[in-house]
Design a binder for this molecule. Sequence first.
Ligand SMILES: C[S@@+](CC[C@H](N)C(=O)[O-])C[C@H]1O[C@@H](n2cnc3c(N)ncnc32)[C@H](O)[C@@H]1O
Length: 208
Amino acid sequence: MSTNRSKEKYDSLARYYDQRWERYLEVTHKVAIDLLEPKGNDIILDASGGTGLLIERIISTIGDEGKFYLCDISKEMLDIAENRLIKFRNVYLSQQDVHHLDFDDSYFSKVLSASSFHYYTEPYEVLCNFHRILKHEGALIIVDWCSNSLHFKLFNILLRLLSKYHVNIYSSNELKSLIEKANFVVEKIINFKHGLWNLVGIRAIKQR
Ligand SMILES: C[S@@+](CC[C@H](N)C(=O)[O-])C[C@H]1O[C@@H](n2cnc3c(N)ncnc32)[C@H](O)[C@@H]1O
């Protein structure tokens, strides 16, 4: 299953991840934080939060007054996150698959997923899980690769043929429709680039 494969992939990449993708992570995390609009009393889940760099950046933006949860399927990524975030209070890490999240209903004020949505084998189920654990009027932020352009459509096809880890890259419209189908109201969509990389950032609100 692709989910287990992405665990395998990130278990082996973990030690090099932050250095290899340094500039890409700066760019995508900045968009994620802008869309997140974090506040001191937020309870935030970084679903597929990897090495914890984004949570560290959020805490350095707003301080550690809120509560910060990070889950990821890869134990090796989580080990790095643990070393990075151990100095902060109110940070909770767990190894979880976003397809089966073990959190209470209506608990989080914000849920985010950065550069991970294209790995989810059942994206609609994952969005329904995010909906379940968000409070009324909570915000969902997704930043991911985007297949709006022809070269990224081709890249998507190539990855599907050649990479055992790859699942699917969505266009902004496909992602928006999926998010709306899961009962969110899409508030903002940003298309942006990093080198050849085509990306999208979406902020959606749970309204019922
Ligand atoms: C490209 S990394 C992004 C990490 C982090 N969000 C960031 O911006 O640096 C993708 C992450 O998604 C995680 N992942 C993939 N599938 C997952 C799943 N089904 N449940 C939880 N995490 C998953 C991987 O283990 C990896 O840490």
